[in-house]
Design a protein around this ligand. Structure first.
Ligand SMILES: Nc1nc2c(ncn2[C@@H]2O[C@H](COP(=O)(O)OP(=O)(O)OP(=O)(O)O)[C@@H](O)[C@H]2O)c(=O)[nH]1
Ligand SMILES: [Mg+2]
Length: 286
């Protein structure tokens, strides 16, 4: 039996969470096309007959702008202790540049095997993939490099084998039926936030957070918090159409997660400057 932890590092939006979900064979972390979707460390657990691979999905490396992003970067910085390897994720669809080199400097200094996932190779020409593989290889002394598509699943089994081969002998840290370490209420809040991210743009997604107010057998009440009145208007929508749409999209996944139907009540509230407020961030567990 092999087991252990692998930290997932990379720029925002390169597909770290999509990749963790693909490696775990199910949804662990929410995903969106907006950068800074992941705000906390989430363990995604992949189980095999003779291994347990625990992937630490992380926020993307970034320059902190406020208390929230400062905490997110702190989460990233402290995630490389007690891991067996680093999964360094790059996007093949973008130029491999200064941001990636900055992260490379950090991860190659750790004295851990670095496995590169060159993600998003779907629909790219072979010549372009080869070029990007060369650029990725130039970032440092990597252990292995896998071109993959987290979206289509291409290359995922090979990458999973590569990672599990790096794990030492050890126990199962989590029961086999558990796919993530996120408590149920936070999983529910994340699903609501994911749909809100999908439906908003510009500054709005960054100003959204979700907290579950009440969850019992019949009722799920959650607050969608934003920072300003104009953001609230956007989230509520004309005659409540936006918040209704968020609920419609989130409900099937929430009910599948809970294994029951619920009465879903979403309330949009203004919480000025919550991203800068230590007490709120603490309460949200961010
Ligand atoms: N075409 C393509 N798109 C992908 C692939 N993997 C992820 N994406 C898309 O890339 C976007 C970002 O995906 P995420 O998984 O949220 O990226 P992330 O690195 O976790 O982002 P942060 O949490 O914000 O740091 C989403 O729109 C995904 O659908 C892939 O293999 N191919
Ligand atoms: Mg993410």
């Amino acid at each position: 039996m092999r087991s252990g932890f692998v930290a997932v590092a990379g720029r925002p939006n390169v597909g770290k969470s999509t990749l963790v979900n693909a490696l775990c064979g199910g949804k662990v972390a929410i995903v969106s096309d907006k950068p800074q979707t992941t705000r906390r460390r989430i363990f995604g657990i992949a189980n095999g007959d003779d291994y347990q691979l625990v992937l630490a999905d992380l926020p993307g490396f970034q320059r902190p702008l406020d208390a929230l992003t400062e905490r997110m970067q702190h989460t990233v910085d402290s995630a490389f202790e007690d891991v067996e390897a680093v999964l360094f994720v790059l996007s093949a669809r973008e130029r491999i540049g200064a941001g990636d080199r900055f992260i490379a400097k950090r991860v190659y200094a750790l004295d851990l095997p670095v496995v590169i996932a060159l993600n998003k190779v779907d629909r790219l020409k072979a010549g372009h993939i080869a070029q990007q593989m060369q650029a990725a290889a130039n970032l440092g002394n990597f252990h292995a490099l896998h071109p993959v598509s987290a979206k289509t699943g291409d290359g995922i089994p090979g990458l999973r084998d590569e990672l599990t081969a790096l794990l030492p002998e050890g126990p199962r840290y989590f029961p086999v039926e558990q796919r993530s370490d996120l408590p149920l209420e936070l999983q529910v809040a994340e699903l609501v936030r994911e749909k809100a991210l999908w439906l908003t743009k510009d500054e709005v997604p960054h100003a959204i957070t979700v907290e579950v107010d009440e969850l019992d057998e019949k009722v799920l009440r959650a607050n969608i918090l934003v920072e300003t009145d104009s953001q609230k208007q956007i989230l509520v929508g004309k005659g409540g159409s936006m918040v209704k749409q968020i609920g419609t999209r989130a409900r099937p996944e929430i009910e599948a997660l809970l294994g029951r139907t619920v009465f879903l009540e979403l309330v949009v509230k203004v919480r000025p400057r919550w991203r800068r407020d230590a007490a709120t961030l603490e309460r949200l567990g961010l």
